[in-house]
Design a protein around this ligand. Structure first.
Ligand code: NAD
Length: 352
């Protein structure tokens, strides 16, 4: 098999390497990757650290195994199955749930594998979808996407799932209450789509990029506000018709998190998803006085992905724009560079 991998912490170029093709055992399934979405998290992973604001940097390379085969939005055709597999057969097209846990801890046993502390997630700790082949450790992580555009379906494994899970956690009871999405890139646009699919009417998008705001309006956002606007919190509150009941921040940097906090109404909730890094300094008395919730969110559960695929197949989930490129080392490299530089609208999906 061929994989498009980072070889070491020192050399971060993406290299086409040949590896032994894995033979599935037990309930394992091997797929030939047909589509692989490119997430900004892989930009961070390749860079090898998270910014912790004044606390410095968190090194990601120490525990990393190389070659690092990233890519956690994969769709593929089943190529070989282990002897215990019953529910899928060679030739089936399936979406891969990559947020796999250890299976033994309290979170895994409760069905929240995405919260497992030692998660062997595909594309992060285990080989992922930037390859012509992916080995999935159990058939239950495969989801039928019959009827869906496979390029868009690939994005549901992270962009769709992360934003759907965050939207469910943020959703105000009142459909007309302001819900603000900060950072409407590949994942944030999914939140606009998810909020609309869940019946929310008053979604306001904030971004640095006018084209991405246009895409957010196209998916059903009521308004878009450029992040460079003077007095940004005031401008967002004005566009939303009042302080926000919910904020979902897909940037979550020192620049955006204070804006999210400033625009929250009493009893509001902010869900922090982005990994751009930095810090948020909050006057402590405002927490009880405003009765606000600040919450982190990390991808989503297998059940949530199954739910989301049902919603997508029903036609109720607006489809965010995707751009395709070939599944190759050069295209992985170029796509990550484009995301790092900013200005991508929607998701880049590599296809074989
Ligand atoms: P992306 O590059 O496609 O989109 C980022 C968007 O943020 C762009 O539209 C960009 O213009 C906008 N932006 C950047 N700085 C901004 C600012 N200061 N104010 C307003 N908008 C700004 O990235 P993506 O793939 O959508 O991922 C977004 C973030 O979410 C990344 O940090 C990624 O690692 C993270 N992420 C987290 C999870 C999770 O589960 N917590 C899952 C997936 C991705």
């Amino acid at each position: 098999m061929h994989a498009f991998a980072v070889l070491s912490a020192e050399d971060r170029s993406i290299v086409d390497i040949e590896l032994p093709t894995p033979e599935p055992t037990g309930a394992e399934v091997r797929l030939r990757v047909t589509h692989s979405g490119v997430c900004h998290s892989d930009v961070h992973l390749r860079e090898g650290s998270w910014s912790l604001g004044r606390a410095g940097e968190m090194d990601l390379t120490a525990g990393q195994r190389y070659p690092l085969i990233m890519g956690h939005e994969a769709v593929g055709v089943v190529e070989a199955v282990g002897p215990d597999v019953q529910g899928v057969a060679v030739g089936d097209l399936r979406l891969v749930y990559p947020w796999i846990g250890c299976g033994a801890c309290e979170e895994c046993r409760a069905g929240r594998e995405n919260l497992c502390a030692t998660a062997p997630a595909l594309g992060v700790a285990k080989p992922g979808g930037y390859a012509d082949t992916i080995l999935v450790p159990h058939e239950r992580y495969l989801i039928d996407i019959d009827g869906l555009d496979p390029a868009w379906a690939a994005t549901l494994a992270c962009s769709g799932l992360t934003s759907y899970s965050a939207a469910r956690q943020a959703l105000p009871g009142d459909a007309a209450a302001p819900a603000v999405v900060i950072g409407v890139g590949g994942v944030g646009l999914g939140a606009v789509a998810a909020l609309r699919a869940l019946g929310h009417e008053n979604v306001v998008a904030v971004d640095m990029n006018e084209r991405n705001l246009e895409a957010a309006r196209g998916l059903g956002a009521r308004a878009g506000v450029l992040a460079t606007t003077e007095n940004l919190p005031g401008a967002v509150v004005a566009a939303a018709g009042g302080p926000a009941s919910a904020v979902i921040d897909f940037v979550n940097s020192s620049a955006t998190a204070p804006v999210g906090f400033a625009i929250l109404r009493k009893g509001g909730r902010m869900i922090q998803v982005g990994l751009f890094g930095g810090e948020l300094v909050v006057p402590t008395v405002l927490l009880p006085l405003k009765v606000v919730t600040i919450q982190g969110s990390y991808v989503g559960t297998l059940d949530e992905l199954r739910e989301l695929v049902v919603i997508a197949r029903s036609g109720a989930l607006p489809q965010q724009p995707t751009t395709t490129a070939p599944l190759s080392a050069a295209a992985v490299d170029e796509s990550l560079e484009r995301l790092r530089a900013g200005g991508v609208t929607g998701r880049i999906v590599l296809s074989a």
